[in-house]
Design a protein around this ligand. Structure first.
Ligand SMILES: [Zn+2]
Ligand SMILES: [Zn+2]
Ligand SMILES: [Zn+2]
Length: 159
């Protein structure tokens, strides 16, 4: 691979990140079609989190011909290229992190359905324990830790 890889730790503007995408996709054997251009356009304007279903909807608003299979196949390649990362919500549903978002994990409250982001610093001791006790390098952005939030723990039972 001769194309430069985006570096998630560097502060890069969104459009710079997506500028070489056309050639990157071609190098992976994907033609630069109107559907893919629409998807890239939508992603480059997306910050934070987005689900595959939301992406298909947003693309269809621009190009009604958009097919989910093309969107999902292109998303796989974009993840290989390091432009997005997928994670899972508490129900296992895939959601995508659009770079240059900083890597983070999620915690989810069963009682109120709230979700919060946790950064590397907050998860440091967990990640260190996994590394030292299990020689396991955890992918923080991939999973959601489910439990109960402070407000729900303190709230008197409602029933
Ligand atoms: Zn997230
Ligand atoms: Zn996964
Ligand atoms: Zn809660």
């Amino acid at each position: 691979m001769t194309s430069p890889r985006p570096n998630p730790s560097a502060v890069i503007r969104g459009d710079a990140l997506w500028s070489g995408i056309r050639d990157d996709l071609r190098a992976r054997g994907l033609r630069w079609t109107p559907q893919r251009r629409t998807l890239v356009e939508v992603l480059s304007k997306t910050q934070g989190h987005v689900t595959g279903v939301q992406l298909v909807e947003r693309c269809r608003a621009i190009d009604p011909e958009t097919t989910p299979s093309t969107v999902y196949r292109t998303l796989d390649v974009l993840e290989d290229l390091g432009l997005i990362r997928h994670g899972h919500g508490a129900d296992g549903r895939e959601e995508f992190h659009v770079l240059p978002a900083a890597e983070h994990g999620h915690i989810y409250c069963h009682s109120c359905g709230g979700t919060w982001e946790i950064g590397h610093d907050q998860a440091a001791s967990l990640l260190e324990t996994l590394a030292s006790e299990h020689r396991f390098t955890a992918d923080l952005s991939h999973v959601t830790i489910a439990g109960r939030c402070a407000a729900c723990l303190e709230a008197p039972p409602s029933a």
